[in-house]
Write a protein that binds this ligand. Structure first.
Ligand SMILES: *Cc1c(COP(=O)(O)O)cnc(C)c1O
Length: 462
């Protein structure tokens, strides 16, 4: 018999580690005090007191040796630096868009786009606006409309592309509001606020067709374009043999532009861009960039940041990386499901979302069950997640409180940072917390800032 090659089911981390950052172990007694000192708000904890930090996947990834070598070789010229041209070439190659405007992060691209195109009483449809996207639309006194398919709002419903836009509702919105009042149609890939759920190529094409028919520009919120490409490759039959790069190129080819946070699938700690085809719109956007970000060949980034992004965009599209990335998130989701814990299904690309309403039925929504679970995960095992529930969304503009539709705890996975044993430990902590869930108590807010209160509110256990 000839020697055969192993066909392993184990997906190993597709990198080896050459620089390490120690993490600090604390005891539960210490964590009780630390959490109390932080006003029972995990945002106010010091990062050094967190063992495994899943607050966000934004800007928290590990960069590669290739990115670091780009950083060393950067050109820091104020205007026309080589680093900009490398950045621009990478973005143009992947997105196909003619104009590339660098920004310091994603929301700066949103600010420039919406300030330039949106006016009072305009309507901007999206599958689901991310919170900064919504904030910039509303800051320009336009209305941010979420038109995700119904399945995208139901945590337990399984659907391969829960981030898809409801095309009928989109058509209806255009008919009702008039295309002249819709300066842009956005599509967020993957749909972050909707559980990191992907959008199918079929849906991208349909949105593009509707936009073209009505003469409305179509922009992609591309923060997780590479993860979305992987879901298309693995869930949409015609794309099984295409590379993630080919899929990304096709996806962008249906759009007129995109906004991007390089802190996600740019694999960088900072950065972003606005890319688009329209010459006159690009001209207006560049003028505003000079005002708010910087000269258009650096736009709020250092030359070395642009180098990191230029390399990172391709690394995010590497098949070995994406297979590991999506699998390692699903691996955590599978373990929790197996233990009987309700999560948003199927598991998204960058995070697992635990349904705290299901786990803690004894805690009323306005005693913040997802907040309670978030704090319990820290106390039990030193893990920091984030509440996506009534503390984040409950405060109404008139000062009253209304329970959020869902009470979720998001465990966002930083890119290339944690290994399988970290994830195994993480699952143990969540399961151990679940096993004692009747012991968890609700919280009350004792000091409450009026905007984005979850970042700085102080709470107390009931
Ligand atoms: C993170 C994010 C943004 C904003 O990007 P920042 O870099 O945080 O400013 C916009 N849209 C989506 C979908 C995001 O995930």
């Amino acid at each position: 018999m000839e020697l055969s090659e192993i066909k392993s089911e184990t997906i190993i981390e597709p990198f080896r580690i050459r620089s390490v950052e120690p993490i600090r172990f604390t005891t539960m007694t210490e964590r009780k005090q630390l959490l109390k000192n932080a006003g029972y708000n995990p945002f106010l904890l010091k990062a050094k007191d967190v063992l495994i930090d899943l607050l966000t996947d934004s800007g928290t990834g590990a960069m590669s040796s290739a990115q670091w070598s780009g950083i060393i070789a950067s050109d820091e010229s104020y205007a026309g630096s080589e680093s900009f041209y490398r950045f621009e070439t990478a973005v143009q190659d992947i997105t196909g868009f003619k104009h590339v405007i660098p920004t310091h992060q994603g929301r700066a691209a949103e600010n420039i786009l919406f300030t330039t195109i949106a006016k009072k009483a305009d309507v901007i449809p999206n599958n689901t606006h991310f919170d900064t996207t919504r904030a910039h639309v509303e800051h320009n006194e336009a209305e941010a409309l979420d038109l995700v398919i119904d399945e995208g709002r139901e945590p337990q419903t399984i659907h391969p592309f829960k981030g898809n836009m409801n095309i009928e509702k989109l058509e209806k919105t255009i008919q009702e509001k008039g295309s002249e009042n819709i300066p842009v149609i956005m599509l967020t890939t993957t749909n972050n606020s909707g559980g990191g759920q992907p959008v199918s190529m079929e849906n991208v094409k349909q949105v593009s067709k509707v936009a073209k028919k009505h003469g409305i520009p179509f922009f992609i919120d591309a923060c997780r374009f590479a993860e979305n490409s992987w879901f298309i490759k693995t869930r949409e039959k015609e794309y099984a043999d295409k590379t993630p790069l080919e899929i990304a190129k096709e996806m962008f080819s249906y759009a007129d532009g995109c906004t991007m946070s390089a802190k996600k699938d740019g694999m960088s700690n900072i950065g972003g861009f606005l890319a688009l085809n329209d010459d006159s719109l690009a001209k207006k956007c560049r003028s505003l960039t000079i005002l708010t970000e910087g000269f258009p060949t650096y736009g709020g980034m250092a030359g070395y940041d642009m180098e990191a992004v230029a390399v990172g965009l391709y690394e995010a599209l590497d098949e070995g990386y994406l297979r590991y990335r999506i699998r390692s998130t699903a691996y955590l989701g599978d373990k929790l499901i197996e233990a009987g814990i309700s999560i948003v299904r199927p598991t998204g690309g960058h995070a697992v979302y635990i349904d705290a309403k299901k786990m803690l039925p004894h805690i009323p929504a306005l005693q913040y069950p997802a907040w309670s679970l978030t704090n319990a995960l820290y106390l039990v095992g030193g893990i920091r997640g984030v509440e996506i529930g009534s503390v984040m969304f409950g405060l109404q503009p008139d000062g009253s409180e209304k329970a959020s539709n869902m009470e979720l705890v998001r465990l966002a996975i930083p890119r290339r940072v944690y290994t399988q044993s970290h994830v195994d430990y993480l699952a143990e902590v969540v399961i151990h917390t679940y096993e004692q869930s009747e012991q968890l108590k609700g919280y009350k807010i004792i000091s409450d800032p009026s905007v984005l209160r979850h970042f700085s509110a102080e709470l107390a256990p009931l």
